[in-house]
Design a protein around this ligand. Structure first.
Ligand code: FBP
Length: 515
């Protein structure tokens, strides 16, 4: 098995995350309940029997996952030293096939505070069919699990909700608990301030974007088109824009709400290219979110039609006239990428579509059609996989370790169908308040592939929210001026190591101002 090695990893292994004050003595805390939440309060708890807890990673990796496992392991063995933690290998598929390994202290020693999901592996297998639920129940019974902890995003939480209802119907006492994970930052609610992994990914991406900005203003000859991850929501692009001040950052949700056609987006960029050229700046930086294409009306329609055509093994000629027109003007490479195999949800894999190349190609074409004599040289970057397994920031390392503790306490007290959470995340960890959010309070009805389904809501960028408004304040000036900011690498020591994302700090100060 791969292990991180080297002096820095060893130093990171030794880091001991600060804990919420509630975790100092576990037999002195109990959950109180209201309609949406479980709150941890200081009160004597019963001595617990040993726990047998199952855990798995689901979906894309996010920094801090190992610390969730470490926190979970430390807490269940603190609760009773004979407790056991069983990891399912390869994500949800390992749960279906009962592919497991027992997690022990020795193995954890090498991965505490280190990024990656390689301790167990991860996957995107969906568990929703009746026979799959039956298989999971069989595995739970065979291993005699007291609780099953899913470390995953919104789709995983939806699975956990339906599974927990099934287990209740089948009279199983196994509790189902979710730990909120995704770099995309779209798994949040009134109670969940942020999913883990967002902080580290945004800091890694902002370091790279900041470096590119400084290169742009040093070399003076390139327009850099950078696509950043975020399957649907633009939280990452927005956060990185606030951290680095590129000349242009497009936010998909705004394009979607305004139904902005592709041509208008291209003209917006070309206007900025021309304005900057007038000041002698034939260079710049454009940030694009991964999910952009699915928000542009004509592209959205084309992708939906292609999804249907591919699912039915139909031919491209059967696209509607309008979609066929847009398909045919696309560069051949992009056409090919749009036809690649869909993911397990039937969606196009946006991470493999070169949106950054498409947009820069259209910008160049528009400059030509305007008979512009401006020098325009484009460079392209996709920043995504670079940040999902990075060494977790102090925030993510600490947050994840504490989330593991919350998960263990929910397991001890048999709280099922809940998401582990911590409130007050902009304060120091000893002030963090452990919570369990009932999944039922996070459900909504949504149409997925033509069928109405009860799902955990994906939270997109709120265009009326404080974070987006902060971005709107600076974007006009940033278009022409060089206000680039290069935040540098993640810090592990000193004051700067305590920083949280702009998203979290702006949202938290907005909330306290409104109270
Ligand atoms: P999760 O929501 O599962 O955490 O994954 C997020 C993500 O990193 C997206 O930003 C990206 O679109 C996707 O994973 C890419 O994953 P894959 O390589 O499996 O297609």
């Amino acid at each position: 098995m791969y292990r991180a090695s080297g002096a820095f990893s060893l130093e990171r292994n030794k880091f001991i995350p600060e804990r919420s004050k509630f975790f100092k003595t576990l037999n002195k805390v109990k959950w109180s309940e209201d309609s949406e939440l479980f709150n941890l309060i200081e009160k004597d708890a019963d001595i617990s029997a040993p726990l047998k807890v199952g855990v798995l990673f689901s979906g894309g990796p996010a920094s801090g996952g190992n610390n969730v496992i470490a926190g979970l392991f430390d807490a269940i063995t603190d609760i009773n030293c004979n407790s056991e933690l069983i990891g399912f290998l390869g994500g949800p598929s390992g749960l279906l096939t009962n592919d497991t390994k027992k997690i022990n202290e020795m193995e954890l020693l090498s991965c505490r505070n280190i990024g990656g999901f390689n301790l167990l592996g991860t996957g995107r297998t969906k568990i929703e069919e009746k026979d799959q639920l039956k298989k999971v129940l069989k595995v739970i019974d065979e291993i005699e699990l007291n609780a099953l902890v899913f470390i995953g995003g919104d789709d995983t939480s939806t699975t956990a909700y339906h599974l927990s209802n099934y287990l209740i119907r089948e009279k199983s006492e196994c509790a189902v608990i979710v730990i909120p994970k995704t770099i995309d930052g779209d798994l949040k609610s009134n109670h969940i301030e942020i999913s883990f992994g967002f902080d580290t990914a945004c800091k890694v991406y902002s370091e790279i974007i900041g470096n590119i900005c400084i290169d742009a203003v040093s070399s003076l000859k390139y327009w850099h088109f950078i696509k950043v991850m975020g399957r649907k929501a633009s939280h990452i692009a927005l956060e990185c824009a606030l951290q680095t001040n590129p000349n242009i950052a497009i936010i998909s949700e705004e394009i979607g709400v305004n139904n902005t056609p592709l041509k208008e987006i291209v003209n917006y960029i070309v206007d900025a290219v021309e304005k900057r050229a007038l000041c002698g700046r034939n260079y710049g930086v454009v940030l694009l979110p991964e999910g952009l294409l699915e928000f542009i009306p004509e592209m959205k329609k084309l992708i939906l039609e292609l999804n249907r055509i591919l699912a039915a093994n139909d031919i491209i000629d059967n696209l509607t006239k309008e979609s066929k027109f847009y398909y045919e003007v696309l560069p051949k490479d992009i056409q090919k990428q749009l036809l690649e195999e869909r993911d397990s949800h039937g969606n196009v894999k946006l991470s493999i579509i070169d949106t950054e190349k498409l947009i820069s190609w259209l910008v160049k074409r528009e400059l030509c059609s305007r008979d512009s004599k401006i020098k325009f040289n484009a460079m392209h970057h996709f920043i995504g996989y670079e940040g999902r397994c990075a060494y977790p920031s102090i925030f993510d390392a600490t947050y994840c370790y504490n989330l593991g503790y919350v998960g263990a306490l929910l397991a001890r007290d048999k709280k099922s169908s809940v998401m582990a959470g911590l409130k007050n995340l902009t304060h120091s960890p000893n002030k963090w308040m452990p919570i369990g959010v009932k999944l039922s309070s996070m459900m909504c009805n949504e149409e997925r592939n033509g069928v109405k389904k009860k799902v955990v809501k994906k939270t997109l960028v709120d265009l009326n929210g404080c974070v987006f408004k902060e971005f709107v304040k600076i974007r006009e000036e940033n278009k022409v001026e060089n206000n680039y900011y290069s935040p540098g690498p993640i810090q592990y020591f000193g004051e700067a190591s305590k920083s949280v994302t702009k998203t979290l700090s702006i949202e938290s100060s907005c909330e306290s101002n409104s109270q």
